[in-house]
Design a protein. Structure first.
Length: 545
C-alpha cells in the first residue's frame, strides 16, 4: 500500500465528482446526496451513495465518480444503477492518478438519481492506538451547490465498542446504536459551490490499518530532523580547521590573488575578475565600458583591449592575458572559457595542497553526500512500502541524516595551520583597507579614490565591496576640488547625461566599468561569498457538463 498520505495528510476517501457531457449550454444542481459507508471487520469500506441530479438546462448522457484514496487497497465490486433511467455502461480507470468510475446513460434533461456502490479494501487507519474511518465527501470542493447531504458511517457488530468510545469530527454529528451496530451520522442542509466536506469517526483499535501520524509523531519526527542537522553542523564546525586571530596591513607576500580566492573558498570567478582589474590598473589591459543595441533595448558591455608586457606577468596572468586577447568583450570571454577557468583554478588549488596550506577532503565529502542521498531515498522508500508508525520515523530520521550529511559535506577543503594564518591575515587586511578608504572619504576623497583603485583587485575579494560601495566614493568626490590621479586602464565610451565635475569625471570610468561587470555574467559568476570548507479526471465533489 502506498504511504503518500503521510506526506499529504490526506487520508481516505470518497470524493464525488460527476460530469455528464452534452453539446449545448448546461446547468444543474445536486438536490440530494446520501453517503453510507459500512466499515468491514477487515478494515475495508462498503460504500453506497445516492446522488440526485436536478438537470435544469441542457441534456446529459454520462457521469463519473472519483475515489481520491489512491493509497488505499483495491477498488472493486463497482455498480451504478438508477430508478429513473437505464445505465448503458460502467467502467473504471485513472485520471491524473485518481481512480474513477464512469457511467453513461441515454440523453436526459429531467432530474435523475444515480446509486453508486463499490468496495474499497484496506481503507481504515490507525492513529494513537485508535482506528480512524475518514471520508472526504467533498475534499476538493463542491462543483455546484448541493442542497442536502447526509453521511452515515456504520461500524460492524464484531467491533467491541460502546457509544462513548466513538469520537466524531466534526462533533456536530450523532452516534447511536442500531441493530447491534454503532452508527455515526452527519447532516448538512447545504454545501455551497467550492466548499469542502470531510467527516471522521475514530474509536479504540479494532483492526489493522495504515498509520496516521499524531502530533507527538510530528514532534518526534521534527526532533529527528533537528538532531540530524545539528550533528552535521557540529561535524562541519569541528572540521572547519584552525582560526587564529591575526591583524595585517598588507596581504601575505607569498599569496597571490588566485591563491587567495581558492584559500578563502570564494567563487572561482573572483580570481579572474580580481586579476583582470589588477591588469587594468597596471596597464596590461584596458577595460572600456560601452553599450550594445539588443532586440529589447541596450545592454552594458565591457570591451577588452590587451597590451601585455610579458616580463611583468606571472604565469597565471600570462595565461589570462593570452586568452583575453581572443575575445572582444568580457561576456564573450566568460561564456566561452568555463573549461579554461576550471583547469586554471584546479592548478591553483594543487599549489595550495602542495604547499601544505589546505587539505583535500573530497573523498569524505563524496561519501557524506552519497550517504545523505541514500538516507533520504531510504526514508521515502519506507513511507511507500510500509504502513506502520515506524515508516514515519524512518522518513524523518532519513531526512535528518540527509540534512546532516549535506551540511557536513561542505567541508571539502579545509585550512592547515599555515593556511589559516594566511587566510585570517588576508581577511584582516581586506577589512582594514575597506575601513581606511571609508575614513579617507571624509577627509580626502581624491586620496580615497586613488587608494580604492589601487586596492580594488584585492577588495573584490571582500563580500561587502560592490558598485554601490564604490559609488559612495563618487558621491564624496562631488563635493571635492582635488582631482584623483588614476590609471588609464578604465575607460567609459558612454557619454553621461550631464557633464560631471573634474574629480568625478576622473573616477567615473571605474564606477561604470564596475557596474557593467556586475550586470554581466562575469559579475554573477564572480560574486563574493564564502563557500566550501574553508570559507563558509475532474476535481470537486460533483460536477456536470
Amino acid at each position: 500500500m502506498s504511504g503518500s498520505s503521510i506526506l499529504r495528510l490526506s487520508v481516505v476517501a470518497l470524493l464525488l465528482a460527476a460530469g455528464p457531457a452534452a453539446a449545448q449550454e448546461q446547468q444543474y444542481v445536486l438536490s440530494e446526496m446520501d453517503v453510507t459507508v459500512h466499515v468491514r471487520p477487515d478494515g475495508g469500506y462498503e460504500v453506497q451513495e445516492s446522488i440526485a441530479y436536478d438537470f435544469q438546462q441542457g441534456a446529459f448522457s454520462r457521469a463519473y465518480r472519483s475515489v481520491v484514496r489512491e493509497d488505499a487497497g483495491a477498488l472493486r465490486a463497482v455498480a451504478v444503477t438508477s430508478p429513473e433511467t437505464s445505465v448503458d455502461s460502467v467502467r473504471t480507470g485513472e485520471t491524473d492518478g485518481v481512480r474513477q468510475v464512469w457511467w453513461s446513460f441515454p440523453d436526459r434533461s429531467a432530474p435523475a438519481r444515480f446509486d453508486v456502490q463499490y468496495v474499497l479494501d484496506e481503507a481504515l487507519y490507525e492513529r494513537g492506538g485508535r482506528n480512524v474511518a475518514r471520508l472526504d465527501v467533498m475534499a476538493d470542493g463542491a462543483v455546484v451547490p448541493t442542497r442536502t447531504v447526509d453521511v452515515q458511517v456504520i461500524l460492524p457488530g464484531a467491533f467491541d465498542l460502546q457509544r462513548g468510545d466513538v469520537v466524531l469530527r466534526p462533533d456536530a454529528g450523532t452516534v447511536r446504536r442500531e441493530a447491534g451496530r454503532i452508527v455515526a451520522s452527519f447532516h448538512r442542509d447545504r454545501v455551497e459551490e467550492g466548499d469542502g466536506l470531510s467527516v471522521e469517526v475514530s474509536f479504540p483499535k479494532q483492526a489493522a490499518g495504515e498509520h496516521l501520524p499524531t502530533t507527538a509523531d510530528f514532534l518526534l519526527g521534527l526532533f529527528l530532523v533537528v538532531v540530524g542537522g545539528a550533528a552535521g553542523g557540529v561535524a562541519a564546525w569541528r572540521w572547519r580547521g584552525p582560526r587564529p586571530e591575526r591583524t595585517a596591513r598588507r596581504p601575505p607576500a607569498d599569496l597571490d590573488r588566485p591563491m587567495a580566492v581558492a584559500l578563502l573558498g570564494n567563487r572561482d570567478g573572483q580570481a579572474f575578475l580580481a586579476t583582470l582589474f589588477d591588469l587594468a590598473r597596471r596597464g596590461h589591459v584596458t577595460l572600456r565600458h560601452d553599450r550594445e543595441d539588443q532586440a529589447f533595448g541596450t545592454t552594458d558591455v565591457v570591451r577588452l583591449e590587451t597590451h601585455p608586457a610579458p616580463n611583468d606577468l606571472s604565469d597565471f596572468e600570462r595565461r589570462l592575458v593570452d586568452t583575453l586577447g581572443e575575445y572582444e568583450t568580457l561576456d564573450d570571454f566568460w561564456s566561452d572559457t568555463r573549461s579554461f577557468r576550471s583547469d586554471v583554478m584546479s592548478d591553483v588549488r594543487g599549489v595550495l595542497f602542495e604547499r601544505g596550506w589546505m587539505e583535500n577532503h573530497t573523498v569524505r565529502s563524496g561519501l557524506l553526500l552519497g550517504g545523505a542521498l541514500v538516507a533520504l531515498l531510504g526514508g521515502f522508500a519506507a513511507v511507500v512500502t510500509g504502513d506502520s508508525a515506524l515508516r514515519f520515523y524512518l522518513l524523518f530520521g532519513g531526512m535528518g541524516v540527509s540534512l546532516g550529511g549535506f551540511i557536513a559535506a561542505v567541508r571539502q577543503y579545509t585550512w592547515t595551520e599555515d593556511g589559516a594564518r594566511r587566510a585570517m591575515a588576508l581577511r584582516a587586511y581586506l577589512d582594514h583597507e575597506k575601513s581606511e578608504i571609508e575614513r579617507l572619504r571624509e577627509t580626502s576623497p581624491a586620496r580615497a579614490a586613488e587608494r580604492l583603485v589601487d586596492a580594488l583587485p584585492w577588495l573584490l575579494l571582500h563580500d561587502e565591496v560592490s558598485r554601490a560601495w564604490i559609488e559612495e566614493t563618487k558621491k564624496a568626490l562631488d563635493a571635492a576640488d582635488e582631482v584623483p590621479e588614476l590609471p588609464d586602464g578604465f575607460v567609459s565610451l558612454v557619454e553621461t547625461e550631464e557633464p560631471a565635475r573634474a574629480p568625478v569625471a576622473a573616477f567615473l570610468p571605474v564606477v561604470t566599468v564596475m557596474g557593467a561587470v556586475e550586470s554581466s555574467s562575469a559579475g554573477a559568476a564572480g560574486a563574493a561569498g564564502a563557500a566550501g570548507a574553508a570559507g563558509g479526471g475532474g476535481a470537486g465533489a460533483a460536477g456536470a457538463a
